[in-house]
Design a binder for this molecule. Structure first.
Ligand code: ADP
Length: 190
C-alpha cells in the first residue's frame, strides 16, 4: 500500500494536488476538511458540533476526526493506498493514525510537505474565499487564526515525521503542474 500524508499550512495547495495524485497513483483521498463540510451540509450532529469551531478557524477535537478517519479506512479495505489531506493535524492524530495503519501492516511511507510562506497563503485564501463559498476563507481574522493553529499545533508534526525519517519537503510555489511534478518525483523515489 502507498500511504502518504500530504502536509502543509491552510492554502498550501493540498486539495488541488491530492486530486491529481489520487488519479495518477489510484489512491483514495481522505480529507478531513471535506468530510467535515459534508457533515455540516447534511446537518448531522457531528456537523453541528464542528461548524462553529471551523468558522472560528480552530481545530475540531482529535477524537472526532480520528473516529472519522478510522471509519473511512475501514470502509475502503481494498484501497491501493490513501492520501491523507489535512490529517493528521496534531501529534495525537499522528499517533492514532500510526496505530490504525500498523493494524493493516501498511505504515505511512512519507509525509510530503508543501512549503509556502504566510503572505502567499493569506493571498491565496482570500482569493479562494471569493468563490469557494467557504466562510473560513472569507475573513482575514479567521485565516490568521488557522495559520496560528497550524504553527502551534500542526507544524510540530514535521519533527514527528522527521524522527521516523519520512519527512520530504516540496516547494509549494510555482504552477500547479510544476508542483505536481515535484511531488511525483518524490513519490517515485520512495
Ligand atoms: P485548510 O487546509 O484550507 O485549512 P481544511 O479543509 O483542511 O482546509 O480544514 C478546514 C477546517 O476543518 C480547519 O480549519 C479545522 O477547523 C477543520 N479540520 C480539518 N481537518 C482537521 C483535523 N485533522 N483536525 C482538526 N480539525 C480539522
Amino acid at each position: 500500500m502507498l500511504n502518504i500524508v500530504l502536509f502543509g499550512p491552510p492554502g498550501a495547495g493540498k486539495g488541488t494536488q491530492s486530486a491529481r495524485l489520487l488519479e495518477k497513483y489510484h489512491l483514495v483521498h481522505l480529507s478531513t476538511g471535506d468530510i467535515l463540510r459534508v457533515e455540516i451540509a447534511n446537518g448531522t450532529s457531528l456537523g453541528l458540533e464542528a461548524k462553529s469551531i471551523m468558522e472560528r478557524g480552530e481545530l475540531v477535537p482529535d477524537a472526532v476526526v480520528i473516529g472519522m478517519i478510522k471509519n473511512k479506512i475501514d470502509a475502503n479495505p481494498a484501497a491501493a493506498g490513501f492520501i491523507f489531506d489535512g490529517f493528521p493535524r496534531t501529534k495525537a492524530q499522528a499517533a492514532a493514525l500510526d496505530d490504525m495503519l500498523a493494524e493493516k501492516s501498511a505504515p505511512i511511507k512519507a509525509m510530503l510537505a508543501l512549503e509556502v510562506n504566510d503572505d502567499e497563503l493569506m493571498k491565496r485564501l482570500l482569493l479562494r474565499g471569493k468563490d469557494s463559498g467557504r466562510p473560513d476563507d472569507a475573513n482575514p481574522e479567521v485565516i490568521s487564526r488557522r495559520i496560528l493553529e497550524y504553527n502551534n499545533k500542526t507544524a510540530p508534526l514535521i519533527d514527528y515525521y522527521k524522527d521516523q525519517d519520512k519527512f520530504r519537503s516540496v516547494d509549494g510555489i510555482g504552477t500547479v503542474e510544476e508542483i505536481f511534478e515535484s511531488l511525483c518525483g518524490v513519490i517515485d523515489g520512495l
